[in-house]
Every structure is written in structure tokens, then in C-alpha cells.
Design a protein around this ligand. Structure first.
Ligand SMILES: Nc1ncnc2c1ncn2[C@@H]1O[C@H](COP(=O)(O)OP(=O)(O)O)[C@@H](O)[C@H]1O
Ligand SMILES: [Mg+2]
Length: 206
């Protein structure tokens, strides 16, 4: 399956979730390729700090990605594409290369409005690709806040399924990243459980 983490907005957790999802799929014995399609190369930078690489990370931030995806993905069970902010041409290519586009966003009205731009790009692609799936995931949710609860209502206007598995605001995400690791290294931690749940929900999308 080819999953893209995409949002035209920066700082919503595309890279953080890409890496953690790739690590979880690897833990589940899938052979995983992570494509860093952001010219900033954050996922590549993370992969350079790893001690024991458990899945492959390559950089490919070019708008011909959809034409090369079959060649790239042949040897893998799953491919995760970490998308760039802004660059629409690249985003369109990533969408065409994917089976499921996952749009992470923060629980804020600004993020709901910004996500609409990415949703529009996906709708354009769905005209030609009616099998293309798309979902939203709330990231950096702060527990027991009104905005955390209300964001789900606001998200309805985007008319895109919202995953049940929210990801909380947890220091374990940046901390694990800094050492070339993931939240899964804190086995049984809250962050690890959220990623387990998120990936199992993603794998149930048909
Ligand atoms: N669930 C989370 N809890 C805490 N910090 C997070 C979480 N998700 C992302 N971050 C932090 O937010 C910042 C932006 O995340 P990043 O994955 O780089 O976003 P993007 O790739 O969309 O630009 C980073 O500093 C990252 O460590
Ligand atoms: Mg990023």
C-alpha cells in the first residue's frame, strides 16, 4: 500500500507521522520504503542519525514521482511518502503516486481552513482516480481541551473521513526523533499506543 502524508501547511506532523508509521509497519514485519519528498529533507536528516536502520529511506522531491513509483515500490510491502508544504506541483505528483493520502492537521480553525486547499487537490485527482482514498488525522491534540473536542465538528465541513485515532501532543515525538529513533522505542508508552492504533486503522481502509 502507498500512503502519502500530505498537507500544504508546514509543521502539522507530516514528517513525524511518516517516520513513526513507517517504524510501526516495520514492527509488523512489513517491508517498508520511506520516500522523503520534501526538498527540506527532514526524514533523510533523521535517517542519518539512526544507529540501526530497520527500513529504507530515500530522497525524491521531484514532480515526476508518480511516473517512477512503480519502479521504486516493487520490492516493498508498503511505501510512505513524506510530502512537502506548499509546492503544489510536487503535491499533485505525490497524490497520483498514492493509494491513500493522509492529511495531518492540528486542532485549530486555521488548520481546518488550510487543509481545505490540500483536499481540493485530492478531489481534482479523484476525477481520474476514483480508487484514491483520503483521510484526516488530528495531531498534537491536547487532552481535555474544548478545541480538541470541537475540531471534529469543524472538520465535518471538509467532507473527508477523520480517523478515530488522534495523536496527542507529546514530548516523546520530538525527543525520539532527535536520536534517530521513534516513539515505539518507549514500548507501551502512550505515544507508541497511539501509533499502533493509527496504523491499525489505516490498514483497515479498503
Ligand atoms: N504529536 C506531537 N507531539 C509533539 N510534537 C510534535 C507532534 N507532532 C509533531 N511535533 C513537532 O512539531 C514540529 C513539526 O512537525 P513535523 O513533523 O516536522 O511537521 P511537517 O513535516 O508537517 O512540517 C516538529 O518540531 C515536531 O517535533
Ligand atoms: Mg516535514
Amino acid at each position: 500500500m502507498i500512503y502519502a502524508l500530505l498537507n500544504q501547511k508546514g509543521g502539522v506532523g507530516k514528517t513525524t507521522l511518516s517516520i513513526n508509521i513507517a517504524a510501526e509497519l516495520t514492527r509488523l514485519k512489513r517491508k517498508v520504503l520511506l520516500i522523503d519528498a520534501d526538498p527540506q529533507g527532514s526524514a533523510l536528516a533523521w535517517s542519518n542519525c539512526r544507529d540501526e536502520p530497520s527500513f529504507t529511506v530515500v530522497g525524491m522531491a521531484k514532480p515526476t514521482l508518480h511516473k517512477e513509483i512503480d519502479l521504486l515500490s516493487g520490492d516493498y510491502d508498503d511505501v510512505i511518502i513524506d510530502g512537502p508544504p506548499r509546492i503544489a506541483e510536487l503535491a499533485k505528483s505525490i497524490i497520483l503516486a498514492s493509494d491513500i493520502v493522509v492529511i495531518p492537521l492540528l486542532p485549530s480553525p486555521l488548520d481546518v481552513w488550510a487543509a481545505a486547499e490540500t483536499v481540493d487537490l485530492i478531489r481534482e485527482a479523484q476525477v481520474y482516480r476514483d480508487d484514491l482514498k483520503c483521510c484526516l488525522v488530528v495531531n498534537r491534540k491536547i487532552a481535555n481541551t474544548a478545541i480538541g473536542r470541537d475540531v471534529r465538528k469543524a472538520l465535518k465541513e471538509l467532507e473527508v473521513p477523520v480517523l478515530k485515532s488522534d495523536v496527542g501532543q507529546r514530548v516523546a515525538f520530538p525527543e525520539s526523533m532527535a536520536t534517530g529513533s521513534t516513539v515505539l522505542s518507549g514500548w507501551n508508552s502512550k505515544g507508541a499506543k497511539e501509533i499502533n492504533k493509527l496504523v491499525s486503522e489505516l490498514r483497515r481502509i479498503k
